[in-house]
Ligand binder design. Structure first.
Ligand SMILES: [Zn+2]
Length: 836
């Protein structure tokens, strides 16, 4: 809680503004001392103007300072303010005016009617006042009778709390509402007077600035100067100390990162006992160092005088920023008491058991082995027979999820232990904070985003349901398609029904429109993997960012691509299995988007070498892919032929087909991307007890996705576990956010490239404007809160759904028409989960 409090309220270290103020005070006051009886009127006005500015600033500062009244700094500022107020308001002309006119007149001189805040100030005022008639000062009870304030009553700070009335005053005689000095036989006292009364003398002095007063002020200023020197010293001591520490650890982190990445690369590209051991040892070494650094960062957070950025950087360092960026939870537990060493071991064991169950999950049929990759993925995509699909769907869940249930519950318990020991309410809380720094409202934000896009999903759902129903009644007449509005989860071309491109051929709006098969075109043109990478590189690195580095791509081997210069800071690599086809063409752009992000923030301190948040890192590559996938781009790179027929109708149909294909990926994914962590956060915070894991899972699958299970599910099953990210405990909600924000990024880059026309036709290939815009965003890395980074790219600090809605609008319009013509009901109201 402590930390969160600071996030919201710390903001600029108050000291910064204090020093700034003190400096202004000093400057102004020393100038005031050059104003003397020989000064011209202009000079005096100038002085008053300055004094007023300072006064305003100082009185604002007093709001901040009230919290720390014992602070020496505040005392000095209070002093300065008093000095200045005295300097400014106690010098008056003798002139006849009503209270209001007198106030206006003083304001025109940069001041106001005098105020009185202490007995000594009252004495000082009485000394100045030498009239027999009343002399105005700034108090009034014009707003509420008997409720005296300085000037206007709207500011509660202006309440008068100390009075120096004389005799029967105040008597409110004939509604007297204004404050004045009234002459007594000896000295003066306060009295109320009628502000409508005219011709009352007011003493206003401009050219009689008291020499004594100046001398007093100067004496006070010397004290103020000394205090300032002390303060600046104190401030710089803390700040310098932390900055020096930053440089020293940054060097260390850079080295660790590099060593770790090398060990990981060696292991991933050449798995042997030796490389594995080295990888594990390096990982332990890196974790240990990071743990020490995080401990120190926590200590340094206690220092008083730090800049806002410095404080943020300390906070990030203290939040277990593991260089491997994956093992947040191990680090969490390493922070705990040594007695919890068992917990860590138990957790490591539980996790690897879970991951292992998933990794070895296979099915067998007719002597053939089906692994998830590639056999089951392919089967789910291409097979249409509902019985075969059901066999794979159910079998996979029996072989994975079902075996994990109690282990998963165990892991949840252990993770929560670690989180609680580190002052998080549960592990989900820790997770949200590490992925979406500065976003306590993450869940509300996602729910709002979902509500805004759910209509897109529901229309797509209704259309796909209609086409599938037709397809199955025609080709598998004995199959009973559900009548409750849901779609069976095994018919959508994907093991988890998370994206539906597998059924594109069944649901494509215009089956008769000729489409170029990009994959075939690639092989016809003799594309190889190197060529695909070069194309991605050309978009990002060369044409946008103007790099002359022609030898960026060093080698592509049969198994992996690598990009491997020598310098620690300039060594970026990708390991991926790639074949030449249109899907990998997209994936390569996605991965190269990551690489470009790495490259752009490489000069940031290590702790800031990260995406503004996880979702943004994922979104960059996809933002590029959206452009690359446009028919316009494919034409530009010669992968689909220019349409010389100029057949507009065909063109529109082709675009709708393209949009459908995109929607089956980008829109179909949204509810799934959201509900995984929705379920998981509820599991972590205990809202969903172990006995209800599967039931609640299916409730969400029904509520958000409108899916039904092909066979009855029970509490014995554990279907969430059939998805990799659950046993491996990898975050997911970032993908949901990424799938929305990438359209917003895409739209901004389209604007920057000068694109006109429908959004889905935009390709910012080779646009310098788009490149510059993206680059200024990428270079920030994690050095600023994500909303600030986002503003650089999109001009707004909020994630919005306008762009995704706009992008798909031609398709949505078409769907609306189709659904209406075919009298289709959108949604699945009243449907129940198939659960026992
Ligand atoms: Zn990615």
């Amino acid at each position: 809680m402590q930390q969160q409090h600071q996030d919201i309220f710390d903001i600029e270290s108050p000291l910064n503004s204090k020093i700034l103020l003190t400096r202004t005070v000093l400057r102004t006051c020393s100038r005031s001392s050059v104003v003397d009886e020989n000064s011209s009127k202009d000079r005096v006005v100038d002085h008053l103007w300055l004094a007023r500015t300072v006064l305003r600033t100082c009185s604002r500062s007093s709001v901040v300072d009230e919290n720390s009244s014992k602070d020496r700094v505040v005392d000095h500022l209070w002093l300065a303010r008093t000095v200045l107020r005295t300097c400014m308001t106690k010098q008056y002309f003798a002139i006849r005016k009503t209270w209001i006119d007198a106030q206006d007149y003083c304001e025109s001189w940069g001041g106001g009617l005098a105020t009185v805040s202490s007995p000594s100030e009252n004495e000082y005022m009485m000394d100045l006042t030498d009239r027999t008639q009343p002399v105005w000062i700034g108090g009034t009870d014009g707003s509420i009778e008997g409720h005296w304030t300085w000037y206007n009553a709207t500011n509660p700070e202006n309440m008068i709390t100390k009075f120096y009335w004389g005799g029967v005053q105040p008597n409110d005689y004939n509604n007297q509402d204004c404050l004045a000095y009234y002459k007594l036989s000896v000295g003066y006292s306060w009295a109320d007077e009628d502000y409508k009364t005219v011709d009352i003398n007011i003493k206003i002095v401009t050219d009689e600035i008291s020499r004594v007063f100046i001398m007093e002020s100067e004496a006070k200023l010397i004290g103020l100067k000394n205090a300032l020197i002390e303060l600046e010293y104190e401030f710089q001591r803390d700040e310098n100390h932390v900055q020096r520490w930053f440089s020293s650890i940054d060097e260390e982190m850079r080295r660790l990162n590099n060593e770790y990445a090398n060990a990981e690369w060696d292991f991933e590209t050449n798995m042997s006992n030796k490389t594995e051991t080295e990888h594990v040892q390096m990982s332990i070494k890196a974790s240990r160092s990071m743990k020490e650094i995080a401990f120190k960062a926590r200590e340094k957070q206690k220092l008083h005088y730090l800049r806002k950025d410095t404080r943020r950087r300390l906070r990030l360092l203290s939040q277990f920023s593991d260089p491997t960026d994956k093992n947040v939870l191990e680090l969490l537990l390493q922070f705990s008491d040594p007695t919890d060493k068992n917990v860590l071991e138990q957790l490591t064991r539980t996790r690897s058991e879970l991951e292992n169950i998933y990794a070895v999950g296979t099915l067998q049929k007719d002597g053939k082995v089906y692994n998830m990759e590639p056999e089951l993925t392919k089967l789910m995509q291409e097979e249409r027979d509902p019985d075969v699909l059901n066999w794979a769907w159910k079998g996979w869940r029996n072989e994975t999820g079902k075996k994990m249930k109690s282990l998963y519950a165990e892991m949840v318990k252990l993770l929560n232990l670690g989180a609680e020991e580190n002052e998080y309410s549960d592990f989900g809380d820790a997770w949200r904070k590490s992925q979406f720094d500065d976003t306590p409202e993450l869940l509300q934000m996602c729910e709002t985003l979902w509500k805004e896009v759910s209509h897109l999903y529901k229309k797509l759902h209704a259309f796909v349901r209609m086409r599938l129903k037709d397809y199955y009644s025609k080709h598998f007449p004995s199959y009973k398609f559900p009548t409750d509005g849901t779609i069976p989860a095994h018919l959508l071309g994907n093991m988890w029904a998370q994206e539906w491109q597998g059924v594109y051929e069944i649901v494509k709006p215009f089956p008769d429109v000729s489409e170029t098969d990009v994959t075939k075109e690639m092989s016809k043109q003799n594309y190889d993997v190197h060529k695909l990478f070069t194309m991605a590189e050309e978009i990002l690195h060369v044409s946008w960012f103007g790099s002359n580095d022609k030898n960026l791509l060093e080698k592509v081997t049969t198994d992996f691509f690598t990009d491997e210069p020598d310098e620690q800071n300039d060594d970026f690599r990708i390991k991926m299995c790639t074949v030449v086809d249109s899907t990998y063409f997209e994936t390569i752009h996605h991965e190269m988007g990551h690489i470009q992000y790495f490259m752009e923030y490489r000069n940031q301190p290590v702790v800031f070498r990260d995406g503004a948040n996880q979702a943004f890192h994922e979104a960059i590559g996809d933002t590029i892919s959206l452009s690359v996938n446009s028919n316009k781009h494919l034409k530009a790179v010669g992968l689909i032929p220019e349409d010389h027929t100029n057949n507009l109708e065909e063109e529109i149909k082709r675009d709708l087909n393209m949009l459908m294909k995109q929607a089956l990926f980008k829109i179909a994914f949204l509810p799934y991307g959201y509900l995984i962590d929705l379920w998981r956060f509820r599991v972590f915070d205990g809202t969903i007890p172990e006995g209800d894991y599967n039931k609640e899972w299916w409730k969400l699958r029904l509520e958000y996705q409108g899916l039904s299970s092909p066979v009855v599910r029970t509490s014995e099953d554990f279907d969430p576990g059939a998805k990799f990210h659950i046993p491996s405990n990898s975050p997911y909600i970032c993908y949901f956010v990424s799938f929305i924000v990438q359209f917003q990024f895409y739209e901004s880059l389209c604007k920057a490239s000068g694109h006109t026309g429908p959004l889905h036709t935009c390709d910012y290939y080779r646009s310098k404007g788009a490149g510059d815009k993206l680059r200024s965003f990428l270079q920030l890395g994690h050095s600023k809160p994500w909303r600030e980074a986002m503003k650089v790219l999109t001009g707004t600090m909020d994630i919005k759904t306008d762009a995704i809605t706009e992008y798909f609008s031609p398709l949505t319009e078409w769907l609306d028409k189709e659904l209406q013509e075919k009298s289709q009901t959108v949604g699945w109201e009243g449907a129940k989960i198939n659960f026992e």
